[in-house]
Design a protein around this ligand. Structure first.
Ligand SMILES: Cc1cc2nc3c(=O)[nH]c(=O)nc-3n(C[C@H](O)[C@H](O)[C@H](O)COP(=O)(O)OP(=O)(O)OC[C@H]3O[C@@H](n4cnc5c(N)ncnc54)[C@H](O)[C@@H]3O)c2cc1C
Length: 725
């Protein structure tokens, strides 16, 4: 996986950010709006920069990804002119061997050539850039034709754009004879239009959020910055997650097409719909952050609202693209695709990680009995000691641990890729997840005794760990824990632990609990805590089951006079904050939920196919929306893993967890309703599986930290907003 831009790509993006920043200031955007939505001087400068020639076919041409970076930057600055249509029209003119003079003028910014998004025969249609175009390319059956409509003015419109309605049946149309595959080339260009427009809308949405974040830091009400109100900060965090997902989706869609991936024909409509809906929500939320001022014409934010909504409407209802995507995903429809060139970024886990994951899959396929599969459960309840030990022996449990500690010395991507296989095969990964985190923490902070005694037994699969952070009165506020540890006064150095933990999942199976306890009552809250490894077979420990709505057993655990040696302390005395911080970065959140989300989509498809309803547009639309959000979830998860390996980004992990769990919940509920009433009955397949996924989804927005806690983290790290507890 490599999601970083290449040096050339980064330079291209920087260059255009500066260029559009200089030449498409908000003053010029406003002036262009007043004059029909077109800035001719800017257009010529864009031509001189080579942007309109970027997609000319040929060896030296730029790829769609590069064009996407330019479209993104143009979106940030609300460029006044049909840039994307112009780029693609130049490409088509070259492919269709249009007159050289027109091609030359179109690709250098001397003329404006645009595209009609619907067929010539479809009656009057709104053409982007049509009001200022010297020529329009339009699809007419098997041919692409050129219209040179006479002078016309754009009607007053939402974003002051140079759009106009043209009825091509009333225009003289010139044939472009250059290719006998003209229709395919034009349809491929329309797919590319969706990809570039997705990038463009993403630029707009993200820039609008930046403006809102900056305003929230400055604007005061009730004596403090409005950013300190969660009602302001949290929706911005949600939108930042959506828009970052959108940014990943257009990039992924291009690579998917480049590689001929499984979803390549659906990728462009998926990315387009996602960007259209996400940017519409983001600009609305950004505008609302400005209160009344968001509506005042002097404020730039309303320019973003109008432009984003206008761009997302020009192709018609964006949700139609979900139906298009659904037909391509599940009804074998297809479409010509653009030659996108090389994207250079790489999604997915990478060869080494995939090879490890495949080894895991082969192991499961050999070892999983029918009995195991029948009793499989997503939680600790599905834990199987025999399987765990066999996995330990095969060194399949903790690939990212060093070899000398029983791992494979691989990176986090191997763990992530393998966990998708666990998910596919229905094997619970709860104990792996927790034991991985505990083992890493011991290797990093633990005593030699723990490294010698506990780590090898975890690696061999003989024991597992559980977590003891939450208490009856402290969940989100984890450092308010009251469980205490004091050093015994007999000079042994041992610690005596007293207190109660709540939600100690897996304590009924685990050998020890990774427990957070207060060791200094005088110190500030976050500075007086220490982490211990507490063996659960101590007579002072009591474990009481707690059963939950999603069929997951967890526990309340009680500790009375439990004595642990000092060597069972993890990290320094009162160093709990550091240990917890390290432990929480082991897994950069959210990855655990992409699998259930995918299962919900698969179950809905299974139901729709069996019920003969997969052909219904409403059904396709809703399942495709869920599949697209699930894709965005994967991408945010991969992004978090990538950024962690690159040295970290504090927003990426919480963003992945937040988006992953909230979008799972949204879709699990929606698909439950779509397939109702069959979803009322419990079972393992189709609609019946959706009953379970719907109940399971609820807990994903709670454990590992609730969505509110993650929203605060995203607001702080992404926007630099102050704490909003
Ligand atoms: C099935 C299950 C298994 C679990 N397993 C474990 C485990 O193995 N080990 C472990 O230590 N814990 C575990 N947990 C606990 C889990 O981490 C907590 O439930 C979670 O952190 C929330 O704490 P709480 O339940 O006390 O809710 P609270 O923190 O009381 O929150 C109640 C509500 O208030 C909101 N809220 C709280 N603080 C804020 C704030 N600052 N701003 C805005 N809203 C806020 C929350 O978002 C939530 O909606 C598990 C929980 C469940 C349900």
């Amino acid at each position: 996986m490599n999601l970083s831009l290449s040096e050339d790509q980064a330079m291209l993006a920087d260059e255009f950010r500066k260029f559009f920043g200089d030449l498409s200031s908000m003053e010029r955007v406003r002036k262009a709006e007043e004059e029909g939505g077109f800035d001719r001087e800017l257009w010529q400068a864009i031509g001189e920069m080579g942007a309109l020639a970027m997609r000319l076919p040929g060896e030296d041409g730029f790829g769609t990804f590069d064009a996407g970076l330019v479209a993104f930057e143009a979106g940030r600055q609300l460029v006044s002119g049909p840039l994307i249509e112009g780029m693609l029209a130049s490409r088509l003119l070259a492919q269709l061997q249009a007159p050289d003079e027109l091609l030359e003028r179109a690709s250098t910014g001397d003329a404006v050539v645009t595209l009609a998004l619907a067929e010539a025969s479809s009656g009057p249609q709104i053409v982007p850039g049509g009001a200022i175009a010297d020529a329009v390319l339009v699809l007419d059956g098997a041919q692409v034709k050129l219209a040179r409509p006479s002078e016309r003015a754009s009607p007053e419109n939402l974003a002051g754009q140079p759009i106009v309605s043209i009825d091509f049946s009333e225009c003289e149309l010139e044939n472009l004879e250059g290719s006998n595959d003209a229709r395919s080339l034009f349809l491929a260009a329309l797919e590319e239009w969706k990809l570039l427009t997705a990038a463009h809308l993403t630029g707009m949405g993200l820039r609008a959020l930046e403006l809102a974040g900056d305003y929230a830091k400055e604007r005061e009400q009730f004596g403090r910055p409005i950013a300190t109100f969660q009602a302001i900060a949290h929706p911005l965090a949600d939108m930042a997650s959506e828009m970052t997902g959108s940014d990943m989706l257009w990039r992924w869609a291009i690579t998917e097409i480049a590689q001929g991936g499984e979803q390549s024909t659906a990728a462009a409509p998926m990315a387009y719909w996602f960007a259209a809906q996400a940017s519409s929500q983001a600009v609305y939320r950004a505008q609302h952050t400005f209160g009344g001022y968001g509506l005042a014409l002097e404020y730039d934010i309303q320019l973003y609202v109008r432009r984003a909504r206008a761009v997302a409407a020009v192709l018609g209802d964006p949700r139609d693209q979900l139906i298009v995507a659904g037909k391509r995903l599940w009804l074998d429809e297809t479409s010509p695709l653009p030659e996108v060139g090389s994207a250079q970024v790489e999604f997915g886990y990478g060869e080494e990680a995939v090879a490890f994951a495949e080894e895991t899959r082969t192991f499961f396929q050999k070892e999983l009995t029918q009995e195991y599969r029948d009793n499989a459960h997503f939680s600790y309840d599905g834990h199987d000691w025999d399987l765990n030990k066999k996995m330990g022996k095969a060194r399949l449990l903790f690939p990212s641990w060093p070899i000398e500690h029983g791992g494979r010395g691989l990176d986090d991507l191997a763990t992530a890729a393998a966990l998708q296989v666990w998910e596919d095969e229905g094997v619970t990964s709860h104990s792996q997840y927790v034991s991985n985190l505990v083992g890493h923490s011991i290797i990093h902070f633990g005593s030699d005794e723990l490294k010698a005694d506990i780590v090898p037994r975890l690696a061999d699969g003989e024991i597992i760990s559980c977590l003891g952070f939450s208490e009856p009165h402290s969940g989100s506020d984890v450092f308010a824990a009251k469980t205490k540890a004091r050093q015994a006064d007999d000079g042994s150095g041992d610690w005596i632990i007293d207190g109660q933990k709540m939600w100690t999942s897996g304590a009924n199976l685990a050998h020890h609990v990774f427990l957070l306890a207060r060791t200094d009552h005088e110190a500030p809250k976050h500075r007086g805590m220490t982490v211990f490894l507490v063996p659960l077979d101590d007579p002072g420990v009591e474990i009481h089951p707690v059963h939950t709505f999603q069929d997951e057993r967890t526990n309340a655990t009680f500790y009375e006079n439990v004595r642990v040696p000092d060597s069972y302390r993890i990290g320094p005395v009162n160093g709990g904050l550091e240990v917890m911080g390290f432990a929480l970065t082991i897994e950069q959140g959210g990855g655990g939920f992409v699998g259930p989300h995918r299962h919900a989509v698969e179950a809905a498809v299974e139901w729709a196919e069996e019920a003969g309803r997969i052909v219904e547009p409403r059904v396709l639309e809703r399942i495709a929306a869920a599949a697209t959000r699930n894709r965005a979830s994967y991408l945010l998860y991969w992004r978090a893993l990538h950024l962690k390996a690159e040295g970290g980004d504090r927003a990426a992990g919480p963003m992945s967890k937040l988006y992953g769990s909230e979008s799972l919940l949204k879709d699990a509920v929606d698909l439950f309703e779509l397939a109702a009433p069959d979803t009322l009955i419990r079972g393992k397949h189709g609609a019946q599986r959706l009953e379970h996924e719907m109940r399971h989804a609820s807990v994903t927005t709670v454990y590992g930290g609730t969505s509110e806690v993650h929203r605060s983290q995203v607001a702080e790290a992404f926007f630099g907003l102050p704490k909003s507890r």
